[in-house]
Design a protein around this ligand. Structure first.
Ligand code: ZN
Length: 142
């Protein structure tokens, strides 16, 4: 009687040259530079908003599934909320502006900031995913 070891299927990934797994700080730095989370060299965007399918250096597939980057909207929302709250307290408490004076500019922040943060929100989402799911970096499931 033979026993099946679930780790037997790992032969293919073990033969692939492995670079050390990036730390959370490295993943964050690569995201802020809009670089590939696996190699840190390939660009995440080929234009302002266009993403290539794969990293030009290591071949990492960026969009793992249809709708994969929907999760980046949560990051974008959180970043926008933090910036909005910080700006409100800075201008309301720091500079004494009234709520009526701040309403218009705050609406402007809510519209403009998410557009400006779009690329970094996607990069952070990908880095976040790579941090918690190491199979992305090892190339499993490609
Ligand atoms: Zn890469």
């Amino acid at each position: 009687m033979t026993t099946h070891n679930p780790g037997d299927n790992a032969d293919e990934t073990e033969s692939r040259p492995q670079s050390p797994r990036p730390t959370a700080g490295e993943l964050l730095a690569r995201a802020m530079r809009l670089r590939c989370p696996r190699c840190g060299e390939g660009r995440l965007f080929s234009g302002w908003a266009a993403m290539p399918e794969r990293c030009s250096v290591c071949g990492l597939k960026y969009e793992r599934a249809p709708g994969y980057f929907l999760g980046s909207t949560y990051i974008n929302y959180g970043l926008t909320a933090v910036v909005l709250i910080a700006a409100y307290f800075l201008f309301h408490d720091g500079f004494g502006m009234t709520n009526q004076q701040l309403a218009g500019p705050m609406v402007g922040v809510c519209v403009v900031f998410p557009v400006l943060a779009f690329r970094h929100a996607r990069a952070l989402w990908l880095a976040f995913d790579c941090h918690f799911d190491a199979s992305i970096l090892s190339g499993e499931g490609e």
